[in-house]
Design a protein around this ligand. Structure first.
Ligand SMILES: Cc1ncc(COP(=O)(O)O)c(C=O)c1O
Length: 429
């Protein structure tokens, strides 16, 4: 027993060292019931919506929503039994399962409420030294940029200067300029050569704005050679491409479970390697603090932890359906969709097809670009008013759409997108 508040539990750190079969008897029984009916890969999507933006907030699987509803009712039958005796072993069980699933070390892996929480924990609590430099590629996710600016300001108060250097994303010089892998790597190398004291790189494995998948293994290898901490934001990765933490070997990796993995919201995964494990604390100080690394992160007060408990069922679903089957289905759909769009618009992706995984950023044709370039929130509103969820972005000084492809999409979605886009040209703005 531990002094983890007044909890009647074994120490979480100890639970995490157990064989998963040993703690099964301690977990909430409902989560062990993995019976899967024919709704295995069904979603709860509104049928009137053309949903081409899985990338923004993901979409939960129907069976996971059902399980979470059951858990909600179960908890409120006797919250004491749940929070006091069953929750920590259940979280430990989920952590062990997911660590194995992403080929990560259990002792370096924990569940956290979301990716923002993970990035904040690292940046806000890491101890920077005077003149340390942080680098990141242009088009970084907006809230992470704000977080970097915040820690810069906080450090100024402590008389510590942090330099922030943006690595340019280079587009080829033609009309529909392309991002190339070799230019990504040469940009990075140039920045490393021309800046001193680079302490940390913050890198999205799959870029939220650009949609491209960065050559993460190569980037991590280069950064490690220069002793640069690699903080990888893999928010778009789990359930999108195969995640193998040991293989890519990051210092810190964060991914969430709700975008492409089909979980309900509020569960992300944080991996920190041994070198950095005790270099920063969690955002929250609660009962788990001073009880070990996993405990301090895991307990965030009386929170809703249901999304942590759905993990074993999700893994079971993905294993039953087959990860590669899902990937194949999505790829086949994407090929069809891209071909259809190209035949109507004659535009291009912002990078080669093989740099994309389920998030495709496509230049809009001249007519639409010229009409809405200086007012693209109008274009966004028009899509929303026609029940089409697809983000419009300004990239390389042209308008683009970022198309998410998931297995619930059909060619009708693309035809509708093209039809509405075509009609746009007649709308006066
Ligand atoms: C690249 C990236 N990082 C972080 C986040 C934030 O994720 P969360 O809402 O889980 O904190 C997002 C969300 O879209 C994202 O795209």
């Amino acid at each position: 027993m531990t002094n983890f508040g007044s909890f009647m539990n074994d120490d979480l750190e100890l639970l995490l060292t157990q064989n998963e079969d040993n703690i099964r008897s301690l977990v909430v029984n409902l989560i062990l019931n993995t019976t899967i009916k024919d709704d295995i890969f069904k979603y709860n999507l509104d049928k009137n919506i053309i949903f081409l933006n899985n990338g923004a907030f993901g979409l939960a699987l129907l069976s996971i929503i059902k399980l979470s509803n059951k858990l909600m009712r179960y908890i409120e039958k006797n919250p004491l039994k749940y929070f006091d005796r069953e929750l920590l072993p259940s979280i430990a069980y989920s952590t062990i399962k997911i660590a194995k699933y992403i080929n990560s070390d259990i002792k370096n892996t924990i569940l956290i409420p979301n990716s923002t929480y993970g990035i904040n924990s690292v940046l806000n609590n890491y101890v920077f030294e005077n003149n340390d430099t942080i680098i990141y590629f242009d088009y970084l996710y907006g809230s992470t940029k704000k977080n970097i600016e915040y820690i810069k300001q906080q450090n100024i108060k402590k008389q510590i200067t942090i330099n922030i250097v943006t690595i340019p994303v280079i587009f080829t010089n033609d009309k529909y300029g392309k991002i190339k892998k070799k230019n990504i790597l040469s940009s990075l190398k140039n920045i490393i050569c021309s800046n001193k004291n680079i302490k940390m790189i913050i890198l999205e494995h799959i870029s939220s704005i650009l949609g491209i998948t960065f050559p993460i293994k190569k980037i991590i290898k280069i950064c490690k050679q220069h002793n640069i901490l690699t903080l990888i934001d893999g928010a778009h990765v789990l359930g999108n491409i195969k995640l193998d933490i040991i293989n890519i070997d990051p210092d810190i990796y964060i991914t969430n479970t709700h975008k492409w993995f089909g979980n309900i919201k509020s569960c992300s995964i944080l991996f920190v390697n041994d070198k950095y494990k005790n270099k920063f604390n969690s955002c929250i100080v609660s009962h788990g603090f001073y009880n070990g690394w996993a405990s301090q992160y895991t307990w965030c007060g009386s929170n809703n932890y249901i999304s942590y408990l759905t993990i074993p069922k999700l893994i079971h679903i993905w294993e039953t359906y087959g990860f590669d089957n899902v990937i194949d289905k999505r790829n086949n759909l994407a090929n069809l969709f891209l071909k259809t769009i190209k035949s109507k618009w004659n535009t291009k992706l912002i990078a080669k097809r093989k740099l994309f995984n389920n998030l495709y950023t496509i230049y809009l044709p001249d007519e639409i670009n010229n009409k809405f370039l200086n007012n693209y929130s109008e274009l966004q509103k028009i899509y929303i008013n026609h029940n089409i969820e697809i983000p419009v972005k300004k990239i390389n000084n042209r308008l683009c759409i970022r198309l998410s492809v998931n297995i619930y999409n059909t060619i009708d979605d693309i035809n509708k997108l093209l039809e509405i886009s075509n009609n746009l040209l007649h709308i006066r703005i």
